[in-house]
Design a protein. Structure first.
Length: 146
């Protein structure tokens, strides 16, 4: 990856990783997981991931990270160590998962999931009201400057 210019060698130490190699990794739909998850990976349109991240922030479960880019896999240890994170997804991940161009990831620690879910209804409702307000305001502003 450094040879093709994807990552600078000085960036490598900053790539977050798990403190120890897990004994097993289970990927499954949340409702079908045989064990309590360490992290839950959500993939979806940017507007939906925005709501999820706002709910995590409202629950007090987001670090002060910028959106994570490459590699996508560092979002897992970042979330486990610091709270819910957003990732744009890297090229390799997008190829293997068919993540659409307009989609992002949100990675939420399993033990924070209930708190984040509890705040999601409030955030979704508030955003619906904000959407209505801003669309009305946009219309109002556009007619002022015609």
């Amino acid at each position: 990856m450094t040879d093709i210019g994807y990552i600078k060698i000085e960036e490598v130490p900053g790539i977050l990783q798990l403190a120890q190699t897990p004994g097993a990794v289970v990927y499954s739909p949340l409702g079908e997981t045989p064990v309590d998850p360490d992290v839950v990976i959500f993939a979806g349109p940017a507007a939906q991931i925005m709501l999820l991240q706002e709910a995590a922030h409202r629950a007090g479960r987001t670090p002060q990270f910028p959106m994570l880019g490459r590699p996508t896999c560092m979002a897992i240890p970042a979330a486990m160590a610091r709270g819910a994170v957003t990732s744009s997804g890297c090229m390799g991940n997008r190829v293997y998962t068919d993540l659409a161009d307009g989609e992002l990831y949100s990675v939420v620690p399993g033990n924070d999931l209930e708190r984040v879910a509890d705040e999601l209804e409030t955030i979704a409702s508030a955003n619906a009201k904000l959407d209505e307000y801003h669309r009305s305001r946009r219309q109002e502003i556009s007619t002022l400057y015609r």
